[in-house]
Design a protein around this ligand. Structure first.
Ligand SMILES: Nc1ncnc2c1ncn2[C@@H]1O[C@H](COP(=O)(O)OP(=O)(O)O)[C@@H](O)[C@H]1O
Ligand SMILES: O=C(CO)[C@@H](O)[C@H](O)COP(=O)(O)O
Length: 479
């Protein structure tokens, strides 16, 4: 029997680094490794590199792997000096300190008119920047750390930087990225497929000498891993990686429940939503990936489980023992501020507390419902951009929760599919690596694993009540 050609995919996500090794021909899983990332919203990229080394080691190394691609958390600002050194810890997608910078950039582009600014940004880059976007972090740097801003010679994203590190190059000119991740910077137009250097200059206050990673095509080679023959793929933002991993087609909507909660859909044409609820990012195949992203998903369940002194299965049992609507308890889970809706200074709140509603079961249920309602609202926003929903699938760490699987169809009023547990971002990166080797017009098709469909009696009152309470919370946090 001949030895299979192996490919590897990396997901350098918020909480950990995962490495998946698969058979390039069939997609069968061969090896896996994972290592944790430090907590916090600013992280020294060296910690990602260290975690990647551990995860690669656990996954049996890359020596026998023909190609590898890196998927990674989007938007994080990796600022490099002229010698290729990291200037300061990277500000992550969930760091909200640049919220004022985002508001300023919007109003400036609108020449003093916020609504005009939103329209102008949506037309320029397909999205209205909020604190998550790299462009706002650069403005924050220019305002708060001018000595660091003056040293910036190149700006990369987490996946770009890891790809570069794997190549062993220290030359800024060798930095590469892909269209999906570039589209989350705030200075890339995914329709024209060009950087908007004017917007970068507007943010950083410096002229066009900053090196930006070259944007590779969906299956273009980025070189090889240092010291090995392993080909490097272009990589992708994690959500575009997941879309490739789960095999999303038009009409498929995916809920990714990791640290972030993401509702995404594949579209053939661009989306330019001036409300900012939907970001018009690119996917990893040459299409588009409209998304609505919250700052609060799996960690809402983590925090509630810790509060109740249970593990994830205990939290599920409690939540499923409560009635839909949690006895009137509504959890608006803005525990880390919020991005969609854009309420960076908001905090979480519990409404409807009475002596009868304040049970452990209702607290657990309200956390699950609150997290899902935030995403249901995101799905409505995506639909308002003309996306037709054929099916909804749930992936990511919190998709393992029995309560999430069973409550989601009730909250959404739709059946939901849960693909078999897998690391879909790393799987998508693997599939991209196989595509790079194969060089075909489309990514190679792999046998998809089984999935389970969950149905429930629709409970529209849960979302209605959540939206009413969330509207009041938003009003408290809006000037
Ligand atoms: N059975 C479970 N129920 C709910 N949440 C879970 C479960 N298993 C893992 N998680 C949560 O999923 C998260 C990790 O998921 P992941 O998609 O890897 O996140 P990220 O991509 O943000 O790093 C953690 O917050 C973890 O506690
Ligand atoms: O900011 C976004 C998307 O715009 C997030 O989806 C990040 O890309 C992080 O993803 P996870 O690590 O939580 O999966």
């Amino acid at each position: 029997m001949s030895t299979p050609t192996l490919v590897a995919g990396i997901d350098s996500s918020t909480q950990s680094c995962k490495v998946v090794v698969r058979d390039a021909g069939t997609g069968a899983l061969v090896r896996f490794g994972q290592a944790p990332h430090p907590d916090g919203t600013e992280v020294d990229p060296a910690a990602w590199w260290d975690a990647l080394q551990v995860a690669i080691g656990t996954a049996g190394g890359l020596d026998d792997v023909a190609a590898v691609s890196v998927g990674g958390q989007q938007h994080g600002m990796v600022a490099l000096d002229a010698d290729g050194r990291v200037i300061r810890p990277a500000l992550l997608w969930n760091d909200t300190r640049s919220a004022q910078a985002a508001a300023d950039l919007v109003v400036e582009l609108g020449e003093g008119d916020t609504e005009a600014g939103r329209r102008a940004w949506a037309a320029a880059i397909g999205s209205v920047p909020v604190a998550s976007f790299t462009v706002t972090k650069l403005r924050w740097l220019a305002e708060h750390e001018p000595e660091n801003a003056a040293r910036v010679a190149a700006v990369a994203l987490p996946h770009d930087w890891l790809t570069w590190k794997l190549s062993g190059s220290q030359d800024l000119a060798d930095l590469v990225t892909d269209r999906s991740d570039a589209s989350g910077t705030g200075y890339f137009d995914p329709t024209a497929n060009t950087y908007r250097r004017d917007l970068l200059t507007r943010a950083l206050g410096r002229d066009g000498d900053i090196v930006l990673p070259r944007v590779l095509g969906p299956a273009e080679r980025a070189g090889t891993v240092q010291g090995l023959a392993t080909v490097l793929g272009p990589g992708a933002g994690d959500n575009a990686g997941a879309a490739l991993g789960v095999g999303m087609r038009a009409g498929d909507v995916t809920f990714s429940l990791g640290t972030s909660g993401v509702v995404s859909a594949v579209a053939n044409g661009p989306v330019n939503d001036p409300t900012g609820l939907v970001t018009g990012f690119a996917d990893a195949t040459g299409r588009f990936l409209p998304m609505a992203t919250t700052l609060n998903a799996s960690r809402v369940l983590d925090a509630t489980a810790a509060l109740l002194g249970v593990d994830h299965s205990g939290l599920s049992e409690l939540a499923l023992a409560a009635e839909p609507g949690a006895g009137g308890l509504v959890h608006v889970p803005y525990l880390d501020g919020e991005r969609t809706p854009n309420l960076p200074t908001a905090t979480g709140s519990l409404h409807g507390m009475t002596r009868s509603s304040m049970t452990r079961e209702n607290l657990a249920r309200a956390a699950v419902e609150g997290m899902l309602c935030g995403l249901a609202a995101g799905m409505q926003a995506v639909q308002e951009q003309g996306v037709k929903v054929r099916r909804v699938r749930i992936i990511g760490g919190a998709a393992r929760s029995a309560a999430v699987r069973q409550v989601a169809p009730a909250v959404l009023g739709l059946p939901v599919e849960v693909p078999q547990v897998s690391e879909y971002v790393a799987d998508g990166a693997c599939r991209q690596a196989a595509w790079v080797l194969d060089g075909g017009a489309e990514a190679p098709s792999w046998e998809t694993g089984s999935s389970q469909t969950y149905e429930a009696e629709p409970a529209p009152a849960v979302l209605e009540r959540y939206l009413e309470v969330a509207g009041r919370v938003a009003a408290e946090h809006t000037d």
